[in-house]
Design a protein around this ligand. Structure first.
Ligand code: ADP
Ligand code: MG
Ligand code: ZN
Length: 480
């Protein structure tokens, strides 16, 4: 039997506010344990929370950017649970009246548009962190993260594969970064993904029983966890068993999911309205004011790159997939006319080098090559100072040293050879050294020509102008 995978996500994103959601403590990542805390975020008796307005604005902005409706009236609720890293023993979240609901994000899968529903976006507080291996006699707790504002984005079960899920998450991440709602630094836990997954026979209308995998902190883990869990559930069904609704933990090292606990139902949490906080009332003026502050989003930017810069759709998609990449690109083309070359360098060498060094797209600002230097490199090729081959070499050195390309070209004597006589000498030498290839060429083997070009380039250490090499080599070969 053929199966279909059904996936819905719950994504937690830390908001980019300076202070926490109910107190004025800093939200800054890290710090000595338990130094970013006060009586409120450590849940001391008698303290009262005050809602951070900026957190609400960011949540509304996330809602608007994902086509959600914004609730004019919403409230916060207590979710009661034994949280060892949240000393109040309840989390202030939103239950039946979330701030944003009924939205969607359009993604493109294999060239086809697909709409993924956003069920709701609500605000809540983050918990602290348990440290298990710092003290042999037990676990330690760091409350610094307690009370950092979060949004939880819940999708409809509209995703059908790990690939679709990855594309969706990349789009969502780009939207949150473009709007400045969250920095989405996954390595710092700013973006965490819970994956709900079920399988069903292809064509079936009903959903199967789902499991939930919590707190996946890289897209790679999400993809691997989905692949594993889908296979596991299919095997359970194929062997006549039933899938149990439960929370499973993804073990990154072993590459498997393990049962953690049976899923708790909403009523287990004894949700009730938070008595210390008034309802959140949002009027149209406020919504419109926030809407006006939304910058150009990935889809709009992509359209503009196609229209304004004449870039192919593919290029525009890649370049706008992350805010940092788009910013870098836009900065680069301030210094060069050759927009397509800038796009090619970004999609080729820059992406390759980020990948090789294990850097995320948003870490592009940390590399030593600055956008204006990449533009200079492109200009050096365009004005024929260096060849494309040499440019690749210069690029590597720029990446290592951060030097300007002009300086590298000068220091290493890499200026392109355009002197016809010098190239002619190299051509003659290549012809003398490779009689067999010359003969092959004469017998109509075009491949031999390419080989001879390569030989000329080798003799000139890659510095000869390729067009001239082609031209002169042809001429010389014709004479034979
Ligand atoms: P709960 O209230 O139990 O958390 P929700 O209806 O809010 O359940 O759904 C939580 C998440 O699980 C959502 O992302 C939703 O898309 C997803 N989901 C719900 N049912 C299924 C299913 N059968 N298979 C996969 N995902 C599902
Ligand atoms: Mg849920
Ligand atoms: Zn505090």
């Amino acid at each position: 039997m053929e199966y279909e995978v059904v996936i819905g996500l719950e994504v937690h994103a830390e908001l980019a506010t300076k202070s926490k959601i109910f107190c004025s403590c800093t939200t800054e990542f890290g710090g000595e344990p338990n130094t970013h805390c006060c009586p409120i975020c450590t849940g001391m008796p008698g303290v009262l929370p005050v809602l951070n307005k900026k957190a609400v604005e960011y949540a509304i902005m996330a809602g608007l950017a994902t086509n959600c409706k914004i609730a004019k009236y919403s409230k916060q609720d207590r979710k009661n649970y034994f949280y060892p890293d949240l000393p109040k023993a309840y989390q202030i979240s939103q239950y039946d009246l979330p701030l944003c609901y009924d939205g969607y994000i359009d993604i493109e899968v294999n060239g086809e548009k697909k709409r993924i529903g956003i069920k709701r976006i609500h605000i809540e507080e983050d918990a602290g962190k348990l440290l298990h291996d710092q003290w042999e006699e037990g676990s330690l707790v760091d409350f610094n993260r307690c009370g950092v504002p979060l949004i939880e984005i819940v999708t409809e079960p509209d995703l059908r594969s790990s690939e679709e899920t990855r594309i969706f998450l990349e789009k969502l991440k780009a939207i949150l970064q473009y709007t400045g709602v969250s920095d989405c630094k996954m390595q710092e836990g700013s973006l965490r993904v819970d994956v709900n997954l079920s399988v069903r026979p292809k064509g079936s209308k009903e959903f199967g029983t789902r499991t939930e995998m919590k707190n996946l902190n890289s897209f790679r883990s999400v993809v691997r966890a989905i692949e594993y869990e889908a296979k596991r559930q299919i095997e359970v069904l194929e062997s006549g068993g039933v899938v149990v609704q439960e929370t499973r933990r993804w073990d990154e090292a072993k590459g498997i999911t393990l049962s953690m606990r049976t899923k708790e139902e909403a009523h287990d949490y004894r949700y009730f309205p938070e008595p210390d906080l008034p309802p959140i009332i949002v009027d149209d003026n406020w919504i419109e004011e926030i809407r006006k502050r939304i910058p150009e989003l990935p889809d709009q930017k992509k359209e503009r790159y196609i229209k304004e810069y004449g870039l192919p759709e593919y290029d525009a998609g890649v370049l706008t997939s992350s805010k940092a990449i788009a910013n870098y690109f836009e900065e680069c083309i301030k210094y060069t006319q050759n927009i397509k070359a800038a796009s090619n360098w970004m999609m080729g060498e820059i992406m390759r080098i980020l990948n090789d060094k294990g850097l995320e797209p948003e870490e592009i600002d940390n590399i030593k090559i600055k956008p204006n230097q990449l533009a200079s490199l492109i200009n050096l090729v365009d004005n024929k100072t260096i060849s494309n081959t040499i440019a690749k070499q210069v690029f590597e050195e720029m990446f290592e040293t951060g030097k300007d390309p002009e300086v590298i070209v000068k220091e290493k004597g890499l200026v392109q050879i355009t002197d016809r006589n010098v190239i002619l000498e190299a051509v003659k030498q290549a012809i003398v050294n490779n009689p067999k290839s010359v003969e092959d060429y004469k017998n109509g083997k075009e491949k031999a020509f390419g080989f001879l070009v390569g030989q000329v380039m080798k003799i000139t250490k890659g510095k000869a102008n390729p067009q001239l090499v082609n031209e002169i080599l042809r001429e010389e070969l014709e004479k034979i």
